[in-house]
Design a protein around this ligand. Structure first.
Ligand SMILES: [Zn+2]
Length: 145
């Protein structure tokens, strides 16, 4: 039990004094706490970033974030970093916040980020070709041969 009691969750998926954590080895990776990015978002990431969003706030968010390729990739990245760093001792949580969660969430929650079109009326599908990829003109010759 943590010093804060059971009322507060540290976001690391359990009490290290109670859980039997088995560190990863070269032959066998540590077991995952969450099966996928959606479970991780629901239990850890979403409750960790409580902000006023949209409606003129400095932060934006789309409740259907998983429909945005960039958001799904970044949340999966944050989840995988959390799974790795959760067993990295005293500085694991700090490294996760500073080096993984905050930089990716700052990009996702930026007013000019991937949710820019979703902030007033909910999720807006980005199905026009110019919204699916950065502009790209294929080169006339193969640059990598
Ligand atoms: Zn959206």
């Amino acid at each position: 039990m943590s010093e804060f009691g059971s009322e507060f969750d540290d976001g690391f998926g359990g009490d290290p004094e109670v859980d039997e954590e088995r560190p990863a080895t070269d032959d066998e990776p540590a077991e995952l706490v969450y099966a996928n990015p959606l479970e991780f978002f629901t239990d850890v990431l979403g409750p960790s970033y409580v902000r006023e969003v949209n409606g003129g706030s400095e932060f934006v968010w789309c409740p259907q974030w998983y429909k945005h390729v960039e958001a799904l990739s970044r949340v999966e990245t944050i989840w995988r970093a959390w799974e790795y760093l959760r067993i990295e001792g005293a500085l694991g949580l700090s490294a996760w916040w500073l080096n993984h969660a905050d930089p990716h969430m700052r990009m996702l929650m930026a007013p000019n980020g991937p949710f820019k079109k979703c902030i007033y009326d909910g999720h807006t599908p980005r199905d026009r070709p110019e919204l699916l990829c950065l502009p790209h003109a294929h080169p006339d010759r193969d640059l990598f041969s």
